[in-house]
Design a binder for this molecule. Sequence first.
Ligand code: AMP
Length: 394
Amino acid sequence: MKYIDQLDLKGKKVFLRVDFNVPMDKSGNVTDDTRVRAQLPTIKYALDKGAKVIIASHLGRPKGKRVEELSLKPVVKILSKLLNKDVAFVDDCIGEKAQVAADKMKEGDVILLENLRFHPGEDKNDAEFARQLASLGDIYIDDAFAVSHRAAASNSAITEFVKICAAGFLLKNEIEYFRRAMVNPARPFVTIIGGAKVSDKIGVLEKIIEKVDKLLVGGGMAFTFLKAQGNSIGKSLCEEDMLDVARKIMQKAKEKNVQFLLPVDAVIAKSASADAEVKVCGIKEIPPDWMGLDIGPATISLFSDALQGVKTIVWNGPLGMFELAPFSKGTFALANAVANSGALSIIGGGDTDTAVHQAGLSAKMSYMSTGGGAFLELLEGKTLPGIAALEPRV
Ligand code: AMP
């Protein structure tokens, strides 16, 4: 695969696929510009090298129709400010308007195209739509890691129509950090997996157990494992149809000599609400009508101690219902332990990312992945279509 810094961009029209899928409030104001900032290294590099930069992105799920609230127009102001230069907006991503705007560009110009998903061809990976997108640029750069696990016209079919294709810096970083963790990781290598359901992460658990020295499981999904071990878990989240899968994973951990750690205590409540009465109890003492909503202090110590001296950490999924203050301590405490571990720390997944940001610790992590689904699929060992499309064809 080629990367942007291996190409001559001078005077070239660069069609750049980014992820500007930013959160917006009801009045159309962007409430968090993290995703725009994440794409700046690639945009600035292309501008510095004298390219004409044509930026394309999706926003939300308009399902192939024009939906005004999902217009990318509000991003223009933010991008202009961050780049300290005018950014032109074209209210379509294909067709005459886009073509004329692209043809008029001078070196150092930037245009932002309207939401790719206003056209049904985007999600269908349609060749004709991709051809029209491709006709706008001389060079194609993909920097939208978060959508790499889905083949769309703007990250897959388009590469059939542009001769020179490469990855931008964000995609390069994602791939390189992932490789550092998964191919010959510095050991000991620990993975922390949390979140709601075992069923969402079976693929990851099965794959990761082949690689790690320790696996720490928390969050709602831990209770399916705890029940599979014969514990009473009260009203805690449990997937009955995953009990066998949980047993098999624990068996595999044993066979592979992987240290498999589950919570030893929990923060419990009768309901998942911020004002519920809260108690801490041992994992074997959860009363029938109570549920575990966070790891308890003994588990925080157990998990934090397990991170001492490790060299590589991959973390996906919160360890409790961190959105509610009474159940956020475990996730925040582990974020602290990871941040201060001295290990290569790679954080992935939307909720984990939010939690680490809320804890004010994102700058202390080695890498915060911008992908949720894409990150999980990489961990599962899958080939992502958006990345495969950039590989040279034989
Ligand atoms: P996931 O998308 O699978 O990573 O799951 C994230 C969600 O899991 C978050 O919204 C958390 O609130 C939720 N979660 C974490 N721990 C628990 C728990 N013990 N009980 C219920 N939900 C949980």
